[in-house]
Design a protein around this ligand. Sequence first.
Ligand SMILES: C[S@@+](CC[C@H](N)C(=O)[O-])C[C@H]1O[C@@H](n2cnc3c(N)ncnc32)[C@H](O)[C@@H]1O
Length: 218
Amino acid sequence: MIRSENLRSGYIQDDVEQYLYELLPARDAVLSEMEAYAAEHRVPIIGPAVARLLSLCAQVSGAKRIFEMGSAIGYSTIWLARAAGPKAKVHYTDGDAANADRAREYFRRAGVAKRIDVQVGDALELLKKSPGKFDLIFNDVDKHQYPAALRVALPKLKRGGLLITDNTLWSGKAARPAAADDGATLGVQQFNKLVYASKELYPVLIPLRDGVTVCRKQ
Ligand SMILES: C[S@@+](CC[C@H](N)C(=O)[O-])C[C@H]1O[C@@H](n2cnc3c(N)ncnc32)[C@H](O)[C@@H]1O
């Protein structure tokens, strides 16, 4: 069984989704503990299937300057830091200081603390204020903020850089009419329209777990 609701897409048949997770190699002790913690405490992490995609994107693109918007306990951060290697810098951001404290401890135990810069605050503001441009930006903030996150991220991305965004199918709700007060679904829908309409981006929405969109800046 898929042990966390977190990992269930809501639109892929259960047995197919379970098959997909069963194929994945076991994670090390730190990542396994984080997955268990996230399942128990309902922390919405990307999980190992999407994490592998994130890691693959970092590896093939050779990204070294990475900014993460919405890092929670640092699960996706560790995958990015390991994929990008010892010369990389991954910027962790989260609005919750307790998440950051927990993440710091995981980073130390995972042996990647030196390549991660931890900042607590609003990820959009922190990205705006960060000097220079990034090779890869991973967007996983609250979903109603997705259009605003895109506006902030685009100028901070290098040409040829990747903007990767999680939850772009939002349990399938992105594909269906949204209620006027459902800011999260409306935010995801608007984000999806904006990236596919953008002349600066080349997006692909991958229906893996909750939907992941990988965009290359042209
Ligand atoms: C989906 S979780 C991130 C999970 C993480 N990326 C992972 O997969 O391991 C979203 C996190 O973003 C934080 N968050 C949401 N909006 C934010 C914002 N505007 N600025 C900073 N943090 C934000 C929340 O506190 C939450 O911890």
